[in-house]
Design a protein. Sequence first.
Length: 275
Amino acid sequence: MAPQTEHDPARHDPGQPILMFDSGVGGLSVLAALRRLLPQAPVIYVADNAGLPYGQKSEAEIAARVSGLLGRMTERLRPRLVCIACNTASTIALAAVRDVLEVPIVGTVPAIKPAAAMTQSGVIGLLGTEATIRQGYVDRLEALFAADKILLRHGAPELVTAAEARLRGHPVDPAAARRAVAALRAMPGGDRIDTVVLACTHFPLIANELHESFGPGVRFVDGAEGIARRIVSLTQGQEFARCEPDLALFTRDEKDLAELTPALSAAGLERIALF
């Protein structure tokens, strides 16, 4: 298969969408950053709710599922670019997806590099899914950018559940954030954490609860703005035209999907359908 190259702007129909993919609705935090930079870009947002939660699946399951779904979706939906707005899927399946798809792929990886530049105490907390925090990809980022820092990792799957609940209009139990913060603080050096990597796109959606639990003096960093800038770079010179309202696709029908309508509409996703 031919290697990926920078796409010729003339090859794209202005209505050709950007496809943004996540296991659930956490990727809306990335979509918000993209909207600020490319408000005119048509978007199809895909939530693989049939596969949620990714963080408790094996690497083999995630790699096979993400590669298979994105293969079928790019064939049917013909996006100009695919953004995997999910740290777990990206740290496990990004290379495999890039091997099989001929469209540009932008992944989401833990923002360890900017966190290492920000920290004053030298101790960084990383909150992610259980699958993300154990990846060799994260080990490599730590070795490259934070070798002289202390990186403390904690898998917090209940924060994914909390974020999904928030966007459905349900109350969020602040105890979930308190438990995640307590787990990081209890690690050796955890009392000196001053910078926290939100290594799951769901987690910025409950940033207020996390701020309250950590207390003052702790800064959060995530990859959304960097991802948006990368998409802008890869689509530079291309024309955009929204020919119809942007679409949210789900991989499974659920009785509470209608509860997401206000949040999806606020994100500019006016249509909901099943893939």
